[in-house]
Ligand binder design. Sequence first.
Ligand SMILES: NC(=O)c1ccc[n+]([C@@H]2O[C@H](COP(=O)([O-])OP(=O)(O)OC[C@H]3O[C@@H](n4cnc5c(N)ncnc54)[C@H](O)[C@@H]3O)[C@@H](O)[C@H]2O)c1
Length: 271
Amino acid sequence: MQFTGKKGLILGVANDHSIAWAIAKQIMEQGGECGFTHLPDRADDERQRNRRRVSQLTDKYENAKFLVPMDAQNDDDVRSVFEHTAEQFGKIDFMLHSIAFADRDDLARDTVETSRAGFKLAMDVSVYTLIACTNAAKPIMNPGGSIATMTYFGGEKCVPGYNVMGICKAALDATVRYLAYDMGPQGVRVNALSAGPIRTLAGRAAGVEKMLTMYEHMAPMGRNVTHEEVGNTGAFLLSDASNGITGDILHVDGGYHAMGSPGRLLDQLQK
Ligand SMILES: NC(=O)c1ccc[n+]([C@@H]2O[C@H](COP(=O)([O-])OP(=O)(O)OC[C@H]3O[C@@H](n4cnc5c(N)ncnc54)[C@H](O)[C@@H]3O)[C@@H](O)[C@H]2O)c1
């Protein structure tokens, strides 16, 4: 119960497959209280589908304390989420940023053909929002607090198909290091969790299916990672158990990132 007495924000649950939900569940099951955001619904969407998908999950948890809309590209939305958080929780101990977006057309095109508008959109949602939310969280973070974001290996090396999102993840990884420096004097840590492929909405758009097969053959562990494994490590990074770690990227990918050759996949290619 290492989150007993701890409160924080979870940004980026879209549905029960979301990595943010896997992490939030671990935190709440270990006693933590969480506030959630959802992507705003269009006013003419009577069914308020974005909110409903998330509330179906949070309603079942007593420790899910509130659910408010936030388009992280909108400064007023960000401000109002953090005002609401301060009203509900006072100070917070953790914040998970699990947000990314790129236009499907840009993901499908070769990187060299990325549009200017698509590049700006992907960078704004997938990178700048970590800066905006960390700055908004700064006045209400307790010393000893922890911020984590979700990254992918495609920001460290070229992973064909990941394209513009790989460039965003490289920028996100650098952002983590600079924010860790800025937040350090306040006693707040900033880290990234680099997950192997996981079936989610965003994952599907980024070509997760092909990657799952590749990881199974190439990762030292010879298998893919689970939502639960990513959830465990996300909770670890947001807890006091990781209290000497900041500015880091922790891989939960069955060891795939450690490989310098196709490994056992090579045996199959040679058959
Ligand atoms: N699925 C994978 O294989 C994988 C692997 C490594 C890293 N990641 C990263 O994990 C994070 C979470 O993705 P996921 O795989 O859980 O998919 P997901 O689709 O469940 O989560 C993405 C979230 O981003 C939110 N979002 C998009 N635009 C937003 C905006 N303007 N304002 C606020 N929220 C916005 C969506 O509402 C959604 O909740 C992403 O950063 C993704 O790149 C995913």
